[in-house]
Design a protein around this ligand. Structure first.
Ligand code: AP5
Length: 211
C-alpha cells in the first residue's frame, strides 16, 4: 500500500500516519522527522535545514527529495507524511517511482480550518523518548509510563509566528497539489476536525475504496 497524506500543519498527518502504519504494516516516511533528526544529530545538513525549520519555511526541494528517495522502495509500502509539499516535489517523486516501477494508490487530503490548527499546534507535545505525538487536551501524554517516560516537549517551530508562516505556505504551495492529484483520480478528502479515531476510520475507508 502506498499512500500520501496531504494537509495543513496540525491537521494530524503525523498522528494518522502512525495509526495507519500500525494497522497496515506500511512504513511511515516523514520528511519533517528526517529534518528534525538531522538537526538533533548536529550534522552539516542539520545546520543547513535548521533555519528553514525554525522559521516555518520550506526546506529546498532538492534537499527534501534526496532525504526521501532512499526510503521509497520499501517493500512493505509506505505512508508519506509531509512529502510531497510542492509541485516540483510531486514531479520528482513521480520520476523516482517510475524508476522503481511502482505507483501511488491514494492521496488523502486532511481538511481543517486554520483556527482549529493553531489550537492543536499550540497544545502539541512530543515525547523525546519515543517521538510519539500528544496533545495536552485531546491526547494527553501518559504519566509515570514505562512505555513512554517522556519528557514531553514543544517543537521549536510551534511558535505562533512560525505556525502562521507554515499555514501561509501550505495554502500557497501545497494546497494546489490537491488539484494535481484530483486530476489523476487519486485524491480523497477527509474531514480532519473529527476525533482522532474517527479520522483514522475515514482515512482507512478512503484507502479501501481506492480509486
Ligand atoms: P513537519 O514535521 O511535516 O511539520 P508540519 O507540516 O508543520 O506538520 P505538523 O507536524 O505540524 O502537523 P501534522 O499534520 O503532522 O499534525 P500532528 O499529527 O502532529 O515539517 C516540519 C518542517 O520540516 C517544515 O516546516 C519544513 O521546514 C520541513 N519540511 C518537512 N517536509 C518538507 C517538504 N516536503 N518540503 C520542504 N520542507 C519540508 O497533530 C498536531 C496536534 O494535533 C497534535 O498535538 C495531535 O495530538 C493533535 N491532533 C491530531 N489529530 C487530532 C484530532 N483529530 N483531534 C484533536 N487533536 C488532534
Amino acid at each position: 500500500m502506498r499512500v500520501i497524506l496531504i494537509g495543513p500543519q496540525g491537521a494530524g498527518k503525523g498522528t494518522q500516519a502512525k495509526r495507519i502504519s500500525e494497522k497496515t504494516g506500511a512504513r511511515v516516511i516523514s520528511t519533517g522527522d528526517m529534518v528534525r533528526a538531522e538537526i538533533k544529530a548536529g550534522t552539516e545538513l542539520g545546520r543547513k535545514v535548521k533555519e528553514y525549520n525554525d522559521r516555518g519555511e520550506l526546506v529546498p526541494d532538492e534537499i527534501i527529495v534526496e532525504m526521501a528517495k532512499p526510503h521509497l522502495g520499501a517493500p512493505e509500502g509506505w505512508v508519506l507524511d509531509g512529502f510531497p509539499r510542492t509541485e516540483a516535489q510531486a514531479r520528482a517523486l513521480e520520476e523516482v517511482l517510475a524508476e522503481l516501477g511502482i505507483g501511488i494508490d491514494r492521496v488523502i487530503a486532511l481538511e481543517a480550518p486554520d483556527e482549529v490548527l493553531v489550537e492543536r499546534l499550540s497544545g502539541r507535545r512530543q515525547s523525546q523518548a519515543t517521538g510519539r505525538i500528544y496533545h495536552v487536551r485531546y491526547d494527553p501524554p501518559p504519566q509515570d509510563s514505562e512505555e513512554d517516560p517522556g519528557p514531553f516537549v514543544q517543537r521549536d517551530d510551534d511558535t505562533e509566528e512560525a505556525i502562521r508562516r507554515r499555514l501561509e505556505l501550505y495554502h500557497e504551495q501545497t494546497e494546489p497539489l490537491k488539484r494535481y492529484y484530483a486530476r489523476q483520480g487519486l485524491l480523497a478528502e477527509v474531514d480532519a476536525t473529527r476525533s482522532i479515531p474517527e479520522v483514522t476510520e475515514q482515512v482507512m475507508k478512503a484507502i479501501r475504496e481506492n480509486g
